[in-house]
Design a protein around this ligand. Sequence first.
Ligand code: FAD
Length: 379
Amino acid sequence: MNLIIIGTGLAGYTLAKEIRKLNQAINITMITDNDGAFYSKPNLSTALTKNKSSNDLIQNTAKEMEEKYKIKILTHTKVNSIDTEKSQINIEKKSFQYDSLVLAVGANPFRPPINGNASNDALSINSLNDYKVFRKKLQSAEKVAIIGPGLIGCEFANDLISQDKEVYVIGPDAYPMSGLLTKETGEYLQDELSKYKVNWHLNCLPKSINKLNDKYEILLNNNQSIFCDLIISAVGLRANLSLIKNTNINHDKAILVNEYLQTNISNIYAVGDCAQVNSHYLPFVAPILSGTKALAKTLNKDKTNVQYKASSIIVKTSNCPLVIAKPNTKHDTSTLTKTKNGLKLLYLNNEKKIIGFILMGDQVKEKQILTKFLPDFII
Ligand SMILES: Cc1cc2nc3c(=O)[nH]c(=O)nc-3n(C[C@H](O)[C@H](O)[C@H](O)COP(=O)(O)OP(=O)(O)OC[C@H]3O[C@@H](n4cnc5c(N)ncnc54)[C@H](O)[C@@H]3O)c2cc1C
C-alpha cells in the first residue's frame, strides 16, 4: 500500500511509528513544510525552566526518523491541494498518487484583529521555528506581555518567571483559564502566579499595539497602557483547514472524521489537532496517542475505532501545580475542598459518581487515585 501522511508533528510521526510496529511493508511517505525535526510540542512552554534551547528540544532530525522508521520524508515541501477524485496530492509542479492519505496538518494560531503599527510583531508560539524566534527576541527583553490567559498563556507566564522576567497577562476573561477552570480555581491560579512577577490585566482587550523607540505600547480597551519589550499572542488555535478548502472533504470547526478517523472520502483520514471526531475536538496529546494507535490498525486492514481512555491534563504551571480532568458529560454538582496549600474540586453526576476534577497545589497528589474513578470516553 502507498500511504501518504501530510504533517510531521506528533500526530504524523506517532502514526508512522504505530504502523511500523504492525507492518514493515506499507510504503510510507511523509510530507512537511518545515525541516521535519521531531520534538515534543508541550516542551515549548517549559524549556526556559528546564534550561533547554530550541536545539536541545529536537529529539530526532528528519533524516534520523527516515532511517529509524523506514519512511520517506519530503521536508520543506508544502502540499498545495488534494484531488480526491484522482487520489492525488499536488506540490508545486509535482503530483503524488496515494492509496490512502492521512491529514495530520495540525492547527494554526488564531490572530485577533488589533490596530497599531506593530500588531504583527506579537509572536505566536506553535512550532519549533516560532520558538527559535521567541528565544532570540527574549534575550533582549525584560518585560513580556502575553495576550491570552488560557492554558498556553499561563504556561508561558509560569516559564518566564524562571527567567525573572516581568510578565503581563491580558485577556477578556474574569479569571485565567476560564475554559477549563471554575472561578475559585482560576482565581487560585491567578493568586499563586501573582506571588511572582505576573501582573494580570483581565476583563479587558488589547485595542492597539504600537512600537516607539524599541518599546511596545499595548493600549487596552479600559484605556490603560502596558509598556513591554516582547509580546506573545496565545489567543488559541484553529484547526488547519486550508488544504481541504477546495475539496469535497467535510469539515465543521475541524476536519470531520468518524470513529475510525475516516473522512467522508473513504481513503482519506485525519488525526491530531486538525481533526474532529464526530462532535469532539480534542487538541491534546492523549487523544493523538489513542487515535494513532487505532488508525494504524485500521490502515493495516484491522478496522479499529478510536476509544479515549479516561485521562487528565497536567497543566505545566510548576509554580502552581494543576491537574484537570474536565467532565465529558454534563455534571450535576461539584464539591470544593480547600486545604492549606491547595484546592480540590470534584465534578459529580446525578448518581454522585466522580466524572471529573480539578486538583491544585498539594492536592495534585490525588490524581492517580481519582483518575481510576473517571469513566472512559467512548466516541
Ligand atoms: C506551547 C504548547 C504546549 C502544549 N502543551 C500540551 C500539554 O502539556 N499537553 C497536551 O496534551 N497538549 C499540549 N499541547 C497541544 C499538543 O502539543 C498538540 O495537540 C500536538 O502537538 C498537535 O500535534 P499535530 O501533529 O496534530 O499538529 P502539529 O504539531 O501542528 O503538526 C502539523 C504538521 O503539519 C505540517 N503541515 C501543515 N500544513 C501543511 C501543508 N500544506 N504541507 C505540508 N505540511 C503541512 C506542519 O508543518 C506540521 O509539521 C501544547 C501545545 C502548545 C502549542
